[in-house]
Design a protein around this ligand. Structure first.
Ligand code: ADP
Ligand code: MG
Length: 704
């Protein structure tokens, strides 16, 4: 039996957290650092030197030999460069371990190989990593030994953001400032700070490592590019919340232990809808920390899987025909003294501050639906959105019966006089305690759902960073708050003005509210009538970043400059083109070197069998003949599709980089890939399993 874990004891043991800082830092240094963390005051170098020294001593006690500035460039994953603590050898041949304030605060990775979207030419390749003291440093233990990881932002020589964290931090400042104005209007002068809180629910698949290694598509692209459906899929719904198998349970235990040591509050785990699919959710944290923690979660899921002879697939759609993976981003805004601005209370109709916040969010999401959609776009996510397993690519808001009713009252009569109640849940069994029902049922099909005291943005992809969705959310809501405050601060009669404003916003943006089935075709038609954007693919969504509306929004709040937005557009097009190019080339490789040869072997063996049987006894060979005819026809179709895919892929490489190339990949290469996949998947159902060159969906999904 594995040993017992004392969670309270190990939690955060590898984090340079507040408790460690308080214990180890001199009082004045601790105070200065706290002030920087909480109020953003500048930190002087002498203070940084003391912090760096203590951080190093602490990390060495944990076995650390190296430190790294851990950052999130625009590749979607994190990056790090390791430096050891050793300093130049002394005269006696020994070395000292050193780490200065300067090294803590600023790093200079050779930045020219990270995507910059033209922001930084290679000849001016300087990029800096800058310590983000609001996300605690931690020691990670892995095959490389122990490393002190320092969360950092990554900027160019001229201060332009080259990463995910910088704009996120800027957006947190924006919403803090505007939310403080808003609550002040309602008489709150005691709260000093408003911070978005985020709880991301991470979905993932686990497959056996040996089988994974026999699938070149999984190795190169993270998803299967071929694969016929197994006899059993997810139709029985027997996996969702099912008992967790021992191998998986052992894995989850190790993942949790690692995460707890790193201060990530892994809380919930369960099997998901698809076979071999699971979910992990931490307790929500401050937005910036939650984003960093989610990166740690993804890395940990992958690393521990290898130790258990498995591979963790974070791709949004590893298997066609089976549910893919997403990441629900739960979001709320809370003051430093614990007031959640999204808490409606029992009688929301009387909670004017809540109604104003809600009306502002309706406006923000309606006005910038295209940006929110864009923030969740990712090459892999194109397979999910609108495919009856994830929300459609149309943004709408689910409010639930209670709030929708309050809103209706406001719109129709100008004032809300009552709130629907949840009541009791009656099971009809006297021994079961009566429990109180929520005032609102759930709606799993909405991309943006109000769930009690938070909004859940459900469009995000499983592999993607949640930095961008939260940057957008924080900024668009900051804008709506700002516009409301500008108006209300100038009003003579606040009560009257706020009442009118809520009614006006609710009326003007009612079209974004939808409580029905988001997976239905009727909704797609209805959304079109309402004029809501339906941006089906990532390529269609990218231009949202540089509309006049977006440029104004982001520059008004100093979240992105126009140049930064343009660079991101370029990076996204390039990322799309590159990903599809790799997939197409992997398909060409697999079809040419593995599938066609296997089918030829199979057809040859059939032909031989026909000849041998006929020569030996003249018995009926109609089955062999039929199979031979069928598989030969599919083989010819495969070859033809392969030639076509090769042709368009070469053509794509010659297109001008940017929108033209990405669009060509979407419109010409993606369909050519589907055309190649179709006959191959049919062949898989015919060809002798012994001869098929890779494990099947059944093998991958049901034999973990
Ligand atoms: P649900 O089942 O409603 O989706 P859970 O309680 O499982 O909700 O929570 C899902 C995620 O939402 C968790 O990460 C949780 O910590 C987070 N969460 C809960 N309350 C809030 C909140 N007020 N703000 C942000 N995230 C929250
Ligand atoms: Mg949820």
């Amino acid at each position: 039996m594995s040993e017992y874990i004392n969670v309270a004891e190990i939690f955060g043991e590898n984090v340079f957290n507040d408790a460690v800082m308080m214990e180890r830092l001199p009082k004045n240094v601790y105070k200065k650092l706290k002030k920087t963390i909480e109020e953003g005051t500048e930190l002087d170098l002498a203070t940084a030197d003391v912090i760096a020294h203590e951080m190093k001593e602490w990390a060495i006690e944990k076995g650390a030999t190296h430190y790294t500035h851990w950052f999130q460039p625009l590749t979607g994953v994190t990056a790090e460069k390791h430096d050891s603590f050793i300093s130049a050898p002394m005269a006696n041949g020994k070395v000292l371990m050193s780490f200065s304030g300067k090294e803590l605060i600023k790093g200079e990775p050779d930045a020219s190989s990270f995507p910059s979207g033209g922001l930084r030419a290679t000849f001016e390749a300087r990029g800096y990593t800058v310590w983000d003291c609001t996300s605690p440093a931690f020691v990670r233990q892995d095959a490389a030994g122990a490393t002190l990881c320092i969360p950092t932002a990554f900027c160019s020589y001229t201060g332009e953001a080259l990463d995910q964290k910088t704009p996120l931090l800027r957006s947190m400042q924006a919403i803090n400032e505007q939310a403080l104005r808003l609550i002040k209007l309602f008489g709150n002068t005691t709260s000093k700070k408003v911070t978005p809180s985020v709880g991301p629910e991470q979905e993932y698949f686990l497959v056996d490592e040996k089988k994974f290694l026999q699938r070149k598509d999984l190795i190169f692209t993270g998803r299967t590019l071929f694969g016929a459906m197994p006899p059993k899929g997810q139709e029985l719904d027997d996996h969702y919340f099912g008992t967790i198998r021992q191998r998986i349970a052992g894995y989850m235990k190790d993942v949790n232990e690692e995460l707890w040591k790193l201060g990530v509050s892994a809380k919930t785990q369960h099997n998901e809808v698809a076979p071999a699919q699971h979910e992990l959710a931490p307790i929500y944290a401050e937005c910036n920390v939650a984003v960093d923690h989610n990166q740690i979660v993804m890395q940990t899921l992958k690393r521990i899987a290898c130790q258990h002879g498995m591979k963790c697939l974070l791709h949004e759609k590893p298997f066609a025909g089976v549910n893919g993976s997403g990441k629900h981003n739960n979001w709320s805004i809370t003051t430093d003294d614990g007031i959640n601005l999204l808490e409606p209370g029992k009688t929301p109709h009387e909670n004017i501050q809540f109604l104003l916040v809600l009306a502002c969010i309706l406006k923000a999401v309606d006005t910038h639906a295209d940006l929110l959609r864009e923030s969740a776009s990712d090459v892999g996510n194109d397979h999910r959105l609108g495919a009856n397993e994830a929300p459609p690519a149309i943004i709408s808001i689910f409010l639930g019966e209670q709030l929708e009713d309050v809103l209706e009252q406001l719109i129709s009569t100008g004032s809300a006089t009552h709130s629907l109640k949840g009541g009791k849940l009656f099971t009809g069994v006297t021994t079961l305690t009566d429990v109180n029902k929520d005032a609102t049922d759930r709606n799993r099909t909405s991309p943006f759902a109000f769930t009690g005291n938070k909004f859940e943005f459900r469009m995000c992809g499983s592999r993607d960073s949640i930095a961008e969705p939260n940057t957008v959310l924080n900024t668009i809501v900051a804008e709506a708050f700002k516009e409301a405050c500008d108006e209300l601060e100038a009003a003579d009669d606040f009560d009257l003005a706020v009442h009118d404003l809520i009614k006006k916003l609710a009326t003007e943006h009612q079209r974004i509210v939808f409580n029905g089935n988001g997976y239905s075709d009727e909704w797609v038609a209805e959304a079109e009538r309402r004029g809501l954007p339906n941006l089906k693919s990532m390529v269609d969504a990218i231009p949202a970043l540089t509309t006049d509306k977006a440029v104004k929004l982001f520059s008004d709040f100093n979240v992105f400059t126009k140049a930064e937005l343009e660079s991101r557009v370029e990076i996204q097009y390039e990322a799309y083109a590159k990903a599809i190019n790799i997939e197409a080339k992997a398909m060409i490789d697999i079809a040419s070197k593995q599938i066609i040869p296997a089918v030829i072997k199979y057809t040859t063996s059939l032909a031989k069998s026909i000849n041998t049987v006929t020569a030996a006894c003249g018995a009926d060979v109609s089955v062999q003949t039929e199979l031979l005819t069928e598989s030969s026809a599919l083989l010819a179709e495969t070859k033809k599709a392969l030639v076509e895919l090769t042709k368009v892929t070469e053509e794509a490489a010659g297109k001008e980089e940017g929108v033209e190339q990405a669009t060509f990949y979407k419109d010409a290469v993606v369909p050519a890939m589907a055309a190649l996949r179709a006959p191959v998947d049919e062949l898989e159902m015919i060809v002798d399993k012994e001869m098929w060159p890779m494990p099947s969906y059944g093998d991958l999904l049901f034999e973990v």
